[in-house]
Write a protein that binds this ligand. Structure first.
Ligand code: CDP
Ligand code: CDP
Length: 211
């Protein structure tokens, strides 16, 4: 089997996906792609334009005007909106946390970001994490993972990061939306890391990679 070009990592909010994906990418010399940040950047731009995130038509119209780029810096993609590089303050703000799952359920927004994500494969080995990477973006990848953790553990992990985040509500919206809901992708290896340290969870992924 050829070595995988994209390792896909999906799972619910605060399960540990980003931390695990970042460390797996560093160990393998691949590029880490946080697709949640692409949906967050789009949400930030939609809110900046004053659009109501619950109004799909308004989201569609304002998202269509956004120029989104994903430059690679220090082994990971960044998100740039209309020429402005966004950081943690914009991407993880309370308003973005509250609105992102509403923006992410709009099919036109998803189509556009999925195309961007597929184009990144030209850069080389990717470790890409999100909600639909193994099910929709790269379903042919032989290295698909679903990272889980109990709801209590996930809520505690997010609290420890100091973020106000309605994790359970976001998961409900992400799992029940019509377009590309959060699912365990066919053929994905499931790792429940509720009781694993970060290093153990990274090792569990590395151990299960196809040779
Ligand atoms: O880090 P956390 O798991 O809390 O969320 P995230 O990965 O930053 O994703 C933020 C939101 O973007 C999710 O709650 C989904 O609504 C959306 N998302 C998506 O729909 N599809 C993806 N591939 C990635 C994120
Ligand atoms: O990307 P996602 O929202 O799924 O989760 P994350 O931001 O990678 O992880 C949330 C927090 O849980 C981070 O502070 C991680 O360091 C921590 N974590 C942990 O303590 N033990 C693990 N096995 C996995 C993550």
């Amino acid at each position: 089997m050829p070595s995988p070009q994209v390792i896909t990592i999906d799972g619910p909010a605060a399960s540990g996906k980003s931390s695990i994906a970042r460390l797996v990418a560093a160990r393998l010399g691949g590029i880490y792609v946080n697709t949640g940040n692409m949906y967050r950047a789009m949400t930030w731009a939609v809110l900046e334009k004053g659009a109501d995130p619950a109004d799909a038509d308004a989201v569609r119209a304002s998202a269509a005007e956004v120029v989104l780029e994903s430059p690679v810096y220090e082994g990971r993609t960044q998100v740039c909106v209309n020429g402005q590089l966004l950081g943690d303050a914009e991407l993880n703000s309370d308003p973005v946390n509250r609105a992102v799952s509403l923006v992410a359920r709009v099919p036109e927004v998803r189509r556009r970001l999925v195309a961007e994500q597929r184009a990144l494969a030209a850069l080389g080995l990717l470790v890409m994490e999100g909600r639909d990477i193994g099910s929709v973006v790269f379903p042919e990848s032989p290295a698909k993972f679903y990272i889980d953790a109990s709801e209590e553990v996930r809520a505690a992990r997010r609290r420890a990061q100091g973020h106000q985040d309605q994790v359970a509500e976001r998961d409900r919206l992400d799992s029940t939306r019509t377009t590309s809901p959060l699912v365990i992708p066919d053929g994905a290896m499931v790792i429940d890391n509720s009781h694993l340290t970060l290093d153990q969870a990274v090792q569990a992924v590395l151990d299960k990679l196809p040779a």
